[in-house]
Design a protein around this ligand. Structure first.
Ligand code: NAD
Length: 505
């Protein structure tokens, strides 16, 4: 890849000054979609402007595609399927490992692209690049271990064989909050299982996706196996969901859109994998290590500026520790640095759009009106139109909007409880079921509560639980299916049973 500093990107497009200032290899800033091994424009030439998250200034543009371009991507994926599925898992794994290595080599540029379009602090962006590439390396190996089984036969003389086969062409629709990792967590599993994948990235963060295609190409991913279609969500989504050839859809985003896509998938009975909204409770019992709990709550609430499906949205603290927890937590949150992701020491960046800021404002106003005590923050931040102050609200009650709705911003409400049974009941009082956190030094309580929490994932005495080895996913309206771990391959493969008769009659 060229390291020349030019004012143009991969397809000779002019690059914004801010981009040139931040990335060392302009060829990595790709303003085109990627279909059938070719950098592609929309058929009608339409493009959509992409904005710098922190400054609100234009960063570049991306093709505004629709149904026709999506149909071409599906055809290319169908053509690519046979060659890709018949490669050995070892050969596919070599390519995925090369792809992950390239992400590592260009980590600083990939992280800078992410900060420009998404806004998260640079260290968090670098962390996401490592997280994203770890899925490529993980599934490069897991693909080699997709074992089948021989079942002791109930039929005289026959042999019963079970294998897993790639499901076919797959599609992914991904969000802006983890613009790199939400793609590789899906694509690494799909490709390792032998399936081509078409990705439609979020409008706000297409460049973290197109650079992945650039590196995939360099790693040797054959044309049609990994494609990026950018543009209008509805026509692209509908074209993917209506196509008989697309056999699996993996979506990460809101529960509202997840339900819509699940309905659309029913028309052709596709396999659906849905990673949807979360509304995580964070339980602190009287027997918890308070320092650890405060530190954990800060991290589990404020990562990605609260725009994280695992972000804590309801903090429940037992009466004995309540006031002290609130005080220490508010002190820690109140001292967090807010600003551009490129500024040194910044811990919280901008929110993704104006409606995200409006939601924070609405949740705070509603809580205040219903008796919530604002311990720190509570309003817009002077850093810019898309910034909100890190906020702590004490005395949360179940009639507040924030009790029921995911805020997706840096607003942390805290509530007191008396008994363990009450805490579990309150924590489960939601339609969501992605992640929950529990702080206690009691071994039996840790087991009891983690089992009783109606969530796909529970973290006990730690804010950090994700990574490639774990099955990521939710229950209830937080989703269907699991990503990562050995189970991640199951989303892109189907069980094939073969009965061999007459072997030893
Ligand atoms: P969103 O559902 O609005 O958008 C997600 C993606 O779907 C975007 O690419 C968007 O353009 C696209 N989209 C929107 N409408 C569509 C349609 N009709 N057809 C096809 N595609 C469509 O969600 P968001 O606001 O971007 O992301 C935030 C949500 O994502 C939160 O609820 C969060 O909890 C959830 N999330 C979940 C996970 C998880 O793993 N469970 C991870 C990250 C985010």
């Amino acid at each position: 890849m060229s390291g020349d500093r030019k004012a143009t990107g991969a397809a000779g497009r002019t690059l914004a000054e801010d981009v040139l200032k931040r990335i060392s290899d302009p060829a990595l800033f790709v303003q085109d979609a990627y279909i059938d091994g070719t950098w592609a424009e929309a058929d009608d030439g339409r493009r959509r402007t992409v904005i710098d998250a922190a400054t609100d200034k234009p960063l570049g543009s991306i093709p505004n595609m629709g149904a026709a371009e999506t149909a071409r991507a599906i055809e290319a994926a169908e053509r690519a399927f046979e060659g890709w599925r018949t490669m050995t898992a070892w050969a596919r794994g070599d390519i995925l490992n090369r792809w992950g290595d390239l992400m590592g080599r260009h980590k600083d540029d990939l992280a800078a692209i992410m900060v420009l379009e998404q806004g998260k602090p640079l260290d968090e962006a670098k962390g996401e690049i490592d997280y994203a590439r770890s899925f490529l390396h993980w599934f490069a190996e897991e693909g080699k271990r997709q074992y089948g089984e021989m079942i002791p036969s109930h039929l005289q003389g026959s042999r019963l064989q079970v294998t897993r086969q790639p499901i076919g062409v797959t599609a992914a629709i991904t969000p802006w909050n983890f613009p790199s990792a939400m793609i590789t967590r899906k694509a690494a599993a799909a490709l390792a299982a032998g399936c081509p994948m078409i990705v439609r990235p979020a409008d706000e963060t297409p460049f973290s996706a197109t650079v992945l295609a650039k590196l995939a190409e360099e790693a040797g991913v054959p044309k049609g196996v990994f494609q990026i279609v950018t543009g209008d969500p509805e026509p692209i989504g509908a074209a993917l969901m209506d196509a008989k050839a697309v056999r699996a859809i993996s979506f990460t985003g809101s529960t509202r859109v997840g339900k819509l896509l699940t309905e659309q998938a029913a028309g052709t009975v596709k396999k659906v994998s849905m990673e949807l909204g979360g509304h995580a409770p964070f339980l602190v019992f009287d027997d918890a290590d308070l320092d650890r709990a405060v530190d954990g709550a800060v991290k589990a609430k404020m990562a990605t500026t609260g725009q994280d499906c695992l972000a804590v949205n309801r903090i429940l603290v037992q009466q004995g520790l309540y006031e002290e927890f609130c005080k220490r937590f508010a002190d820690a949150i109140g001292s967090m640095k807010v600003g551009s992701g490129f500024e040194d020491g910044v811990e919280l960046g901008p929110l993704m759009n104006a409606s995200a800021v409006e939601k924070c404002v609405a949740h705070v106003q509603d809580a205040k009106a219903k008796g919530g005590r604002i311990l720190t923050g509570g309003g817009r931040h002077e850093a810019g139109a898309l910034f909100f102050q890190p906020t702590v609200i004490a005395d949360l009650t179940t009639d507040m909007a924030i009790w029921k709705e995911e805020t997706f911003g840096p607003v942390a409400p805290v509530m007191a409880f008396d008994t363990e049974a009450e805490a579990v009941r309150l924590a489960n009082d939601t339609d969501y079921g992605l992640a929950a956190y529990c702080y206690t030094e009691g071994l039996n309580r840790a087991h009891r509560v983690s089992e009783a929490l109606d969530y796909g994932m529970v973290a006990v005495n730690t804010p950090k639980m994700t990574g490639p080895p774990i099955p990521f996913g939710g229950v209830k309206e937080s989703g269907l299916g699991r990503e990562g771990s050995r189970h991640g391959l199951d989303e892109y493969s189907e069980i094939k049973y073969v009965c061999f008769g007459g072997v030893a009659d």
